[in-house]
Ligand binder design. Structure first.
Ligand SMILES: CC(C)(COP(=O)(O)OP(=O)(O)OC[C@H]1O[C@@H](n2cnc3c(N)ncnc32)[C@H](O)[C@@H]1OP(=O)(O)O)[C@@H](O)C(=O)NCCC(=O)NCCS
Length: 158
């Protein structure tokens, strides 16, 4: 598996993955133009995982604040799941966040998305609150956060 920054030619495929794997049944907000704007934004990291030169997963994290980063999207194609790609993409972004002096990573996910919730809990994220009507003004979001520095200090104390 190879992790790289996404390029312009990836925007269409990434947007389609967001539509089908993350936003299914909601309004499609992450269209190719928006992905392309994220790729161009210097304070946003859009990364992709490739397996045998095929796009297997992607993730988008915004670094617009001094001490916090926001994970906007993360998805792995069904064929490639449970082989560590999601965890590798997230670790890559978390390492970048730590290097940038960011301590807290925040994200929202659909309340119905229990699998992703398991994934994030496994990665050290905790539920912060529910946000009713967050998605398309009808679906509840679960806000989660992870304090990266507390993990680092715990490792140093051991
Ligand atoms: C959530 C998602 C990104 C996980 O990607 P992945 O590459 O399959 O995850 P990993 O293989 O790195 O999993 C790491 C650990 O997370 C947990 N985990 C991952 N998927 C899980 C699932 N479906 N159910 C329960 N636990 C899960 C497991 O503990 C797993 O370790 P294990 O396989 O050794 O048991 C993927 O399922 C996905 O793309 N889902 C659809 C899109 C989505 O919901 N994105 C998140 C909201 S933006």
């Amino acid at each position: 598996m190879n992790i790289e920054f996404a390029r312009r030619e990836d925007a269409q495929q990434i947007a389609e993955m967001s539509r089908d794997l993350i936003e299914a049944g909601l309004d499609w907000r992450w269209r190719p133009e928006r992905i392309w704007r994220a790729i161009l934004d210097r304070e946003t990291a859009v990364i992709k995982a490739e397996v045998s030169s095929r796009l297997a997963g992607f993730a988008i994290m915004r670094f617009h604040w001094a001490e916090e980063a926001h994970l906007d999207l993360l998805a792995v194609k069904p064929l490639f799941r449970r082989s560590g790609i999601g965890a590798t993409l997230l670790s890559w972004l978390e390492s970048s966040a730590l290097t940038a002096g960011v301590s807290i990573v925040r994200l929202e996910l659909r309340e119905i998305n229990k699998q992703a919730m398991q994934f994030y809990k496994h990665r050290g994220y905790q539920t912060v609150r529910n946000i009713p009507r967050y998605y398309s003004e009808r679906e509840t979001a679960i806000a989660m956060a992870h304090d990266l520095w507390s993990d680092v200090s715990a490792r140093e104390i051991k």
